[in-house]
Design a protein. Structure first.
Length: 256
């Protein structure tokens, strides 16, 4: 597809070319390697600036993989466009990180639940305080369950996203270890901040951890809820109420 006909100047793909879930390594060659070795029927969707994006299938499910380049500025562009132009719902970053936790060894896999950063990227969204962007809990939980099913150890914890690769003047690692940071990398905080609304002014979903059923949303997931295909929040609430009712009235199953 000629780039002048595509929705953005950074991606020659057209809407619908990417799957709802995108794997995102930093290195374009790693993107090609994943497509060629793990996806069936992979097709090249984007090669602008050598940032390769492919779509294929894995075990019958449509999946895409696209590189991000290095650092927050690069991943912020591609993630924003995938979410807001191409209708992507999940982006899973798969990249390398430098171990900070002394218990981590070579080839260990880490899943970051949050990402502290020295970047000022959050200020562009009008956020005046210190922010540690966090991952989707549902997506992180699925990754943990998948790793457990495979018998593969997955270490979950906070990350540190750095704006610099070479910063040897001050050794922050002892402080990081005291704060239980697992590893350092350069993109996670930028990817998670790209989950904001398209105009960058509103957070789409807010959850109150201290309250079991408080979730605030700027959109209307109930419009997509159906009796046989409920949205996750509606389905979880119904299942919870059903279990409580059966526990309280095990014989009749009905409240008297």
């Amino acid at each position: 597809m000629p780039i002048h006909k595509a929705p953005t100047w950074h991606n020659q793909a057209m809407p619908g070319d990417f799957a709802r879930t995108v794997l995102m390594p930093g290195d374009p060659k790693r993107s090609r390697f994943i497509a060629e070795n793990y996806l069936d029927g992979a097709k090249l969707m984007n090669d602008v600036r050598g940032v390769q994006g492919y779509t294929g299938s894995y075990k019958g499910k449509r999946v895409s993989v696209m590189a991000s380049g290095m650092g927050i500025p690069a991943i912020a562009i591609y993630a924003h466009e995938l979410y807001n132009v191409y209708g992507v719902e999940n982006i899973i970053r798969i990249g390398t990180a430098g171990a900070i936790d002394p218990d981590l060894a070579m080839m260990d896999v880490v899943a970051g639940i949050s990402a502290s950063t020295d970047s000022n990227y959050a200020a562009h969204f009008g956020f005046p305080y210190t922010l540690a962007p966090t991952a989707s809990f549902d997506l992180l939980l699925k990754a943990r369950h998948a790793a457990q099913a495979l018998g593969y150890p997955l270490k979950v914890g906070p990350l540190y996203t750095s704006d610099t690769l070479y910063d040897d003047q001050i050794d922050y690692n002892p402080v990081m270890r005291n704060m239980h940071v697992l590893a350092a990398e350069m993109e996670a905080a930028g990817l998670r901040l790209s989950g904001l609304s398209p105009d960058g002014s509103l957070v789409e979903i807010v959850e109150e951890p201290a309250h079991r059923w408080f979730v605030g949303a700027q959109f209307h997931p109930e419009f997509k809820s159906r009796p046989d295909r409920r949205t996750p929040c509606s389905g979880a609430l119904c299942r919870h109420r059903w279990r409580r009712r059966n526990k309280a009235y095990p014989k009749s199953g009905r409240r008297k």
